[in-house]
Design a protein. Structure first.
Length: 368
C-alpha cells in the first residue's frame, strides 16, 4: 500500500478474512495456570482425573445398612438393625457389608437397640465407586473454555494447575481522542472475558507501538477510514503488511487486517458501533485462533417480529431485543447508543443472504 491515502477500493468477503486468520494466526505458547485463575481460559490439553470415589461413600447422614436386612421393615413391623449397621455422615466410606443409607427418621431407638421402621433399596443414599468421575473419560478436552463451574469441579478434584493458551492483545487508540476510549475499553473487557490478557498502549506513536510491540496481536481503534486524520492503515503498511482494507461487514466496512513480524494487526473503526461489530465478528475469531478455542457458541433461538433486509455480499450485524421467545430487530446502517442500550444481543445475517423474513428463527448472540 503506497501513498498517503487510505482509499478502500473493494470489500474483502468475511469468509476470506477468516481464511487469512487461519493462515496467519497460530495458537500461542502453552503455559501453566493456577486453577483459581483459570475461569475463561482455554485448555491446551485434555484433563483426566482418577476415578472418584474409590469406594462407595454416603451421600447423606444416616444408618449404613444392608438393604436386604430391612426389606420388610415398616411402621407396623420394625426390624432390628444388624451388627453391621453403623451411623455415617455425608462423605464417609460405606462400611463393609452395607449398601444403603437409612435416613435417621426411619430408625427408632429402643434402649440400646436400633430398629428400622422403613425399608430402602440397595444403593439409596450412597455414591458408587467411580460415581463422581470415571478415569476412562476426559473431564475436559483441549480447546474448551473453562467456566466458573468447571474451575470449581477441578478444585474439588484437588487439581491445582491446568495447561492453557492465554493470548496477549495490545489495544491502542489511533490518536488522543476521548471518543475512542469507550471502544478501547469494550475490547479490553471482552479480551479478559474471553480468557486473554489485554494491554493498553497509549501515549506514543503508532509506528513505535507497531515496531516495539511484543504482544501476540495488536488491535488499533480508529484511523481506518479515508479522513484527513486517518492514518492507521498507512502506518501499518509502512511497518508491516496490509492483508486487506475494507471488509464486507456492516457496520465496520473500513476495518483492516495486516501483519508485522509474524503478529496480526486488526484495525477497527473509531465509531463505537462499527468498532463493536468489527471486534465481535473478527476480533473474537482472532482470539479463538490464538487460544485454540473450539467452543463455538450458537446462541439462543428466537423468532423475528419483523423482517431484516441485507445486502448480498455483506455480513450484517443487527442488534435485537428479546421479548420472551421473540426478537425485535433494532438495526440500521448506524447503531445509536439508545439502540445499543435497548438491545439484549445481536444477530448476524450471513453475506449470502438477502435477510430474514418476519417469523424466521434466528440465533441470538448476547452482548458480552
Amino acid at each position: 500500500m503506497q501513498g498517503i491515502e487510505q482509499i478502500i477500493t473493494k470489500l474483502t468477503p468475511l469468509a476470506d478474512v477468516f481464511a487469512l486468520l487461519n493462515e496467519f494466526a497460530e495458537p500461542v505458547a502453552v503455559q501453566d495456570i493456577a486453577v483459581g485463575d483459570a475461569v475463561r481460559k482455554v485448555l491446551a490439553a485434555d484433563i483426566k482425573a482418577a476415578s472418584r470415589p474409590v469406594r462407595a461413600v454416603a451421600l447423606t447422614d444416616g444408618w449404613a445398612i444392608s438393604a436386604a436386612d430391612v426389606a420388610d421393615a415398616s411402621g407396623y413391623a420394625a426390624v432390628t438393625l444388624g451388627k453391621n449397621a453403623t451411623y455415617v455422615e455425608t462423605g464417609d466410606d460405606m462400611p463393609p457389608g452395607t449398601d444403603a443409607v437409612l435416613p435417621p427418621d426411619a430408625v427408632v431407638m429402643r434402649g440400646s437397640s436400633a430398629e428400622a421402621v422403613a425399608s430402602v433399596a440397595s444403593g439409596d443414599g450412597t455414591l458408587a465407586p467411580g460415581g463422581d468421575v470415571e478415569a476412562t473419560k476426559p473431564l475436559y478436552v483441549a480447546g474448551q473454555s473453562l467456566r466458573a463451574t468447571d474451575v470449581t469441579v477441578l478444585a474439588a478434584l484437588d487439581i491445582a494447575d491446568i495447561s492453557a493458551r492465554v493470548p496477549r492483545i495490545s489495544i491502542v487508540a489511533a490518536r488522543e481522542d476521548l471518543r475512542l476510549a469507550p471502544a478501547v475499553q469494550f475490547i479490553a473487557r471482552d479480551c479478559a472475558a474471553q480468557g486473554a490478557t489485554a494491554q493498553l498502549c497509549n501515549g506514543t506513536s503508532l509506528e513505535k507501538i507497531l515496531d516495539a510491540n511484543d504482544a501476540d496481536a495488536v488491535v488499533i481503534v480508529g484511523g481506518s477510514g479515508s479522513g484527513g486524520r486517518d492514518r492507521s492503515v498507512v502506518a501499518l503498511a509502512h511497518a508491516g503488511r496490509v492483508l486487506c482494507h475494507g471488509i464486507g461487514i456492516s457496520p465496520g466496512q473500513s476495518t483492516a487486517l495486516g501483519t508485522i513480524r509474524g503478529r496480526l494487526v486488526l484495525i477497527v473503526p473509531g465509531r463505537l458501533d462499527a468498532a463493536m461489530a468489527a471486534w465481535l465478528l473478527i476480533g473474537r475469531r482472532l482470539l479463538d485462533r490464538l487460544s485454540g478455542n473450539t467452543d463455538m457458541a450458537t446462541g439462543a433461538r428466537c423468532r423475528l417480529t419483523r423482517k431484516v433486509t441485507s445486502t448480498i455480499g455483506v455480513c450484517e450485524f443487527v442488534p435485537v431485543r428479546e421479548t420472551k421467545s421473540e426478537a425485535v430487530p433494532l438495526g440500521g446502517r448506524y447503531l445509536p447508543l439508545s439502540v445499543l442500550a435497548r438491545s439484549t444481543g445481536y444477530i448476524v445475517v450471513p453475506p449470502d443472504s438477502e435477510g430474514h423474513a418476519a417469523g424466521s428463527e434466528v440465533a441470538i448472540h448476547r452482548w458480552p
